[in-house]
Design a protein around this ligand. Structure first.
Ligand code: TRP
Length: 334
């Protein structure tokens, strides 16, 4: 029934996106948009599940995330960017899907379990948060998405989606196809403090929107090798975040190899390596900053692009719900 592969991906608009997002998913989307029909969802409804008391935060970041997408080269002619809350069909489908999932199954979802622990919800766990994987299943299926690029920590979400898809198809009629997770090409980027994950909440992120001065400051205070005290001491490369970033962003691989040798041997100071990283990151970020500055001058034009994408998505979502209502015997008008 379905032959054209469709990509669905998205981000919660709770902050502007950082280099970790770039490495983990944005870079891949630039490639995917050349090959597939790609939907990119700004997940404002999902962002509210743990920010419902801060609607202004979510609202402001919708534009920031849109700016991030467009400034890195997401092309609205190739990718359809849309706002989740403007597709009420997703909420409708979520309600139907909720019948196909048990509370116990949701509580066992490893991603949700981990997040519940992290956010310390305890006894006041909002129902909306617990069920967000079901909403995520609706995000994917509403556009009949069958490729979902996700980090490894989101794999249980795809499993959960596919369980729902199988139940739905078995109980009603085969409307949906199962989704396939696409693991990012590059491994996860550590934070500037050396922690395994770059994240806004950990305060160890370099944002795509950071100015050159901020990049200087963040790189200068980056985690290196705590035992590399004197320039002449031999230094460690492994776990040294400056070298990890150079490996990812520096196009001059030969020079990195030389620097690594010199650093391991001793005699190469952190500051020299950091200066190189500053140069590399600014070279990478400059064109993004330029496009961002241009787009930010006209936020209405940016919103127009996103709303056009939303309109296109809405038409697809309505079609899907038409099928869903039909197989669920809820098609009262026809
Ligand atoms: N959970 C993702 C995040 O936290 C955002 C998201 C919502 C998503 N729905 C999705 C990603 C569906 C992939 C597929 O950023």
């Amino acid at each position: 029934m379905i032959n054209e592969k469709i990509v669905l991906t998205g981000d919660r608009p709770t902050g502007s996106l950082h280099l970790g997002h770039y490495v983990g998913s944005l870079a891949q989307r630039l490639i995917l948009q050349e090959k597939y029909k790609q939907y990119i969802m700004i997940a404002d409804v999902q962002a509210l599940t743990d920010n419902f008391e801060h609607p202004e935060k979510v609202r402001e970041n919708v534009l920031q995330v849109a700016l991030d997408y467009l400034s890195i080269g997401i092309d609205p002619n190739k990718s359809t960017i849309f706002i989740q809350s403007l597709i009420p069909e997703i909420a409708e489908l979520t309600i139907f899907f909720l019948n196909l999932v048990t509370v116990n199954r949701l509580k066992r979802n490893p991603t949700v379990k981990e997040e519940i622990k992290q956010k310390e919800f305890g006894e006041s766990l909002p129902a909306g948060f617990l069920i967000y994987p079901v909403s995520q299943a609706a995000d994917i299926t509403i556009v009949k998405g069958n490729i979902v690029p996700v980090g490894a920590d989101q794999l249980p979400m795809i499993e959960q989606t596919n369980e729902i898809v199988r139940s739905f198809n078995r109980i009603y009629k085969p409307v949906f196809s199962e989704a396939e997770a696409l693991i990012p090409m590059m491994s996860r980027l550590p934070g500037t403090d050396g922690k395994a994950k770059m994240s806004k909440s950990l305060g160890n992120a370099i944002f795509l929107s950071d100015s050159p001065d901020v990049v200087v400051q963040k790189v200068m205070s980056m985690y290196t090798d705590p035992e590399h005290i004197h320039v002449n001491d031999p230094g460690k490369i492994e776990g040294n975040v400056v070298f990890t970033y150079l490996d990812v962003f520096d196009p001059n691989k030969q020079q990195i190899t030389q620097m690594k040798e010199h650093y391991s041997r001793g005699g190469l100071g952190d500051v020299v390596v950091k200066k190189r990283l500053i140069e590399v990151l600014n070279n990478f970020l400059n064109p993004i900053r330029e496009r961002r500055a241009l787009l930010a001058k006209n936020p209405q034009a940016v919103m127009k692009i996103i709303l056009e994408g939303t309109q296109k998505t809405k038409e697809v979502a309505e079609k899907t719900m038409h099928e869903v209502r039909k197989v669920m015997k809820l098609n009262y008008y026809s």
